[in-house]
Design a protein. Structure first.
Length: 256
């Protein structure tokens, strides 16, 4: 038996309500906070939930009158719609680099410096993609980043989810005039990066050195991994078989 119904009454649910029903009422109450305020409602109508969140993550942009509970709104709708929302990429793309090394370097060990082209989050726009404005919700996918395409084959119909072609799966778009002039709205810029590669003595041909967090960067995510593949160059004298060195020589009968 429930002793106190005060909190249930605040949410407008019965004591025997399921967790899903309670979570739904939390979403309703959080949404009411935004829509009851003319300023925040205008922001939502213009930019959508994702655009508001992106802007608030930018330290150079603030929404006047926003309370701390607006972050609860983001969390509620992200968790509540996790099965329907778009799958967010949380790691940058990996990079593979083939490093040609000598037999001596593999045997004795060495340190080499490589140069790779790598994506870096744009520091001018903090990875948002625009300077003077903020992204707004994509009208085509309604901020989900997903297009639902229906295919009909005879009497059968099949619904397929595809990446939204309008926003490229981002869920939001921006006006051309608002694009960051440094990254052209791409949120990242490509620059050359140097890495010191430490080759352990006794390394093998086609051995891979893994450098976590040194790959391509993405906004609000982890950098990818760089995989350096050691490729042994032919040696003038020796062939390597595992840990053995084989030398082929031609000699006459008297020398043998």
């Amino acid at each position: 038996m429930v002793v106190d119904k005060t909190l249930y009454n605040v949410l407008g649910v019965e004591p025997n309500s399921t967790q899903e029903q309670i979570s739904k009422m939390q979403q309703v109450n959080a949404a009411r906070e935004v829509l009851m305020d003319p300023k925040t409602r205008e922001m939502y109508d213009r930019y959508g939930l994702e655009g508001m969140k992106t802007a608030m993550n930018n330290e150079n942009f603030n929404f006047p009158g926003f309370s701390g509970s607006i972050f609860d709104l983001f969390n509620l709708f992200e968790h509540g719609n996790s099965s329907q929302g778009r799958s967010t990429v949380n790691k940058g793309k990996d990079i593979k680099h083939v490093l040609r090394v000598s037999l001596e370097e593999l045997y004795s060990g060495s340190t080499r410096t490589i140069f790779i082209d790598c994506d870096f989050v744009c520091v001018e726009c903090n990875g948002i993609g625009c300077h003077d404005g903020i992204p707004y919700e994509c009208n085509n996918c309604r901020g989900t980043g997903i297009d639902r395409v229906i295919h009909r084959v005879g009497p059968m119909t099949q619904q397929i989810q595809e990446k939204c072609s309008t926003c490229n799966g981002e869920g939001y778009v921006m006006d051309l005039i608002d694009r960051c002039r440094t990254c052209d709205g791409n949120k990242v810029i490509q620059q050359e990066k140097s890495l010191d590669i430490h080759i352990a003595h006794g390394s093998q041909h086609r051995e891979t050195i893994k450098l976590s967090g040194q790959g391509n960067q993405i906004p609000n995510g982890e950098a990818g991994t760089v995989y350096v593949i050691l490729e042994q160059q032919p040696h003038a004298t020796f062939d390597r078989k595992g840990d053995d060195l084989i030398m082929t020589m031609q000699m006459n009968l008297t020398e043998s």
